[in-house]
Design a protein around this ligand. Sequence first.
Ligand SMILES: [Zn+2]
Length: 280
Amino acid sequence: MELIDTHCHLEAEAFADDMPAVLSQARAAGVTGLVAVGVSPTDFPDQCRAIRQARTAGLSAWPAFGTHPWWSDRVDVATALAGLDRQWESADPPVAVGEIGLDFARSGLDVEAQNALFTAQIDWAAERDLPVILHERQSADRLLYWLRRRRHAGGVVHGFTGSRQQAEQFIEQGFFLGVGGAITHQGAHRVHRMLRELPLESLVLETDAPNQPGHAHRGERNLPGYLPENLTALASLRNLAEGELLAQIERNVGRLFKGRLRYNAAGPPSTHPDSRNDLP
Ligand SMILES: [Zn+2]
């Protein structure tokens, strides 16, 4: 079975010194693929390099490119779209646009600049039938407002912090919710209640590594190789065998990325010797 981290930041400074070890730990932990999510056009080359390293390490890896709202004070719309155009024309085009979105919890970011950057990238993605990977911080209602008014190809809300009602509205808009390290925190009762009740068909797994470490790794950097801990936590919340849950998650990931995740690790797939080309 395929276990795919749908959200990590491989180009992050935190991985600069020991990337091969980080990747081989992920492989050893049973992770088979990852989506490396971008934050700013200046980082795209580092991201591409990290993706090539991941493939060499035996992982499938795919890029998502986008300009994150935290960069909305430094990257204008034209620069963001030029960055996307460049990657779209490259040999390794994105499987999604992200990380994009709105952040109303962080001070010092201009709301209009965020809206402009977000809507331009949503439109760019829609024109290419690409899903989007959304950053949401106290901005769920505003994101929903935009999604209802624009053409889009669905996507995933990563690190979702909103309410059950907001989650359902995203699902109505054709979105998945990313389940990250927050599920492993014992005190996260609201998150647990929500993840117990939301449709399983709408959940995917993510780490956001090196950010948002789970309970067992508080105060440390997060790793893609910690993804199985989120699977275990979700299986126990839902009272499911891990294999059964993973089979559903695999189907969800396939739908989220519209069949674009093709096996691309260096060497043959280690889990299926008779080889499949489509993931998942
Ligand atoms: Zn992220």
